[in-house]
Ligand binder design. Structure first.
Ligand SMILES: Cc1cc2nc3c(=O)[nH]c(=O)nc-3n(C[C@H](O)[C@H](O)[C@H](O)COP(=O)(O)OP(=O)(O)OC[C@H]3O[C@@H](n4cnc5c(N)ncnc54)[C@H](O)[C@@H]3O)c2cc1C
Length: 471
């Protein structure tokens, strides 16, 4: 017998019916269920443009998938605590359910809301969020947090696996009395209008749980085999491209982990699972160091002599640096809202090492343009590339954008796809078109904004200034 005549289920980035532990609990314990999503206007860092576009699609897809259940997702905008309290009063609901969220603002907010609801005699119940292991459960033997990836992933993987919750097959009906203040989706203002720059995103992506499940299935039956070897080749669909779906909780890492493991324990599977653990490690770092998106994780980098250079930053953002692999990546990002991991590492390294521009400027640009922009993964990865993060790449490892291009895009297919100016350049010069003779040099493609050797030496000199403390 359900405990509550009416409960509220509070959705955020978990609009899915598969592996949704809190929704399973809410459905089992409620005679009627009010499904709500609240766009939090008190979030100190609102989502960027591309992520907003995705959220709109995520909501629309989820609303559609609820129709066969006779259910509706009601939308609100404002401060979640005030809205939940108002809904509880208006509807007489006696319980609120949600999945836990681990970012600094949501974590503090949800803890306060849980305490306030409990104090008001409301049943407040949260369940494990979109992680393999919750951050507070992975520690060193002495209880302190781990700072290096491999011991972290080993410790996390040694904990019992949280098997995915069964897929929801039925939901309790909606309340008889509908909420009076719900908004239509368009009123959330998540889509770009003037100008509508989202054409490339629409071409490239289909948000929603259904598309997420299909993508996982395609990956498991396709690119997973060979993933370890091919995952660094940006021209091919050699990785899962699940990142926005994981970020928005349209699929969980538990489902991805389980599906990969079900195929065996090949090196490909191990590599893929290691990437899922890099995601967990980022979430873990942000949990323990909430300033990760803005502050150096290694304080020794606070004295690093960065340069502010608006013109160079703009050239980087627009894909006009004159280095094909960098420009192709930045243009792919602008057009599709996504970039391949290898290329993210190359463009990030170029910004912080060749241009000496603070990693935060790159993090901000990615925040606004990536459909998978994620507070934890974005900040941790930028700091990793910049050398100031946890278990980071050593600073003196400075990617040469020409050799990186030649290694991971040997035929130049990827750079030609995104930089059509290079379409007639021969394989020999496609990653360094300035070396081609004057007649063969591509028209309309910029000369390098900085010379590689000069930039490399400048970066190493800059690092000398903080080296004693940084090593
Ligand atoms: C400078 C920089 C910024 C980044 N910003 C983000 C970001 O905002 N959001 C984001 O999700 N990822 C970010 N990444 C990590 C990584 O590039 C993407 O997760 C990956 O490219 C997504 O593609 P995929 O889903 O095909 O990955 P796959 O190779 O199929 O991996 C599966 C999943 O594992 C996780 N993952 C893979 N690689 C990494 C990694 N290096 N670090 C952490 N998690 C990983 C992702 O959730 C990914 O979906 C960033 C990397 C760099 C170098």
């Amino acid at each position: 017998m359900p405990h509550h005549a009416l409960s509220i289920y509070w959705f955020d980035r978990d609009m899915r019916l598969a592996d949704n532990p809190a929704l399973v609990a809410a459905a089992a314990n409620s005679e009627r269920l009010l499904l709500v999503h609240i766009l939090d206007t008190a979030d100190p860092r609102p989502e960027g443009g591309a992520a907003k576009w995705w959220r709109h699609g995520s909501i629309a897809a989820f609303q559609e998938s609820l129709t066969p259940f006779g259910q509706t997702l009601y939308l609100f905008q404002g401060e979640p605590e005030a809205i939940l309290k108002q809904l509880l009063t208006e509807t007489g609901a006696t319980a609120v359910y949600w999945n836990r969220r681990y970012e600094p603002h949501t974590r503090t907010r949800d803890t306060a809301i849980k305490a306030a609801l409990k104090a008001a005699g409301i049943h407040a119940e949260s369940h494990i969020g979109d992680v393999l292991q919750e951050p507070h459960t992975v520690n060193k033997a002495d209880g302190t947090p781990l700072k290096v990836f491999t011991p972290f992933s080993k410790a996390a993987d040694a904990l019992p696996f949280h098997a995915p919750a069964p897929r929801i097959m039925a939901l309790p009906p909606q309340p008889v009395q509908k909420p009076t203040t719900a908004l239509p989706l368009a009123a959330l203002g998540l889509l770009p209008t003037k100008p509508d720059w989202a054409g490339g995103l629409r071409e490239s992506w289909m948000p929603g749980e259904h598309a997420a499940a299909q993508r996982l299935k395609d990956f498991i039956g396709g690119a997973l085999s060979g993933y370890a070897e091919k995952r660094n080749l940006p021209y091919y669909t050699s990785t899962s491209r699940l990142s926005p779906y994981l970020h928005f909780g349209e699929i969980t890492p538990r489902l991805a982990y389980q599906a990969a493991r079900a195929t065996g324990d090949s090196y490909d599977v191990q590599r893929f699972i290691a990437e899922l653990y890099w995601r967990e490690f980022s979430i873990y770092l942000l949990w323990h160091f909430p300033a990760l998106p803005v502050q150096n994780w290694r304080a020794s980098f606070d004295a690093f002599p960065w340069r502010e250079d608006a013109a160079a930053l703009k050239a980087w953002q627009r894909g006009q640096t004159g280095y094909p692999i960098v420009d192709a990546g930045m243009r792919e990002l602008w057009h599709t809202g996504w970039m391949h991991n290898r290329v993210r590492m190359i463009v990030a390294s170029f910004l912080v090492k060749h241009l000496l521009i603070p990693w935060q400027r790159g993090e901000e640009w990615f925040w606004d343009t990536l459909v998978d922009a994620d507070a934890a993964n974005n900040a941790a990865s930028w700091q990793w590339v910049a050398g100031c993060g946890a278990d980071a790449a050593p600073y003196f490892r400075i990617f040469n954008p020409v050799t990186q291009g030649e290694k991971f895009d040997p035929e130049g297919r990827y750079v030609k796809q995104w930089c059509p100016e290079l379409k007639d350049v021969s394989q020999q010069f496609v990653h360094q078109p300035w070396e081609a003779g004057a007649l063969l040099r591509p028209k309309g493609y910029p000369a390098p904004i900085v010379d590689h050797s000069h930039a490399r030496n400048r970066a190493l000199e800059a690092f000398e200034k903080i080296k004693k403390e940084a090593v």
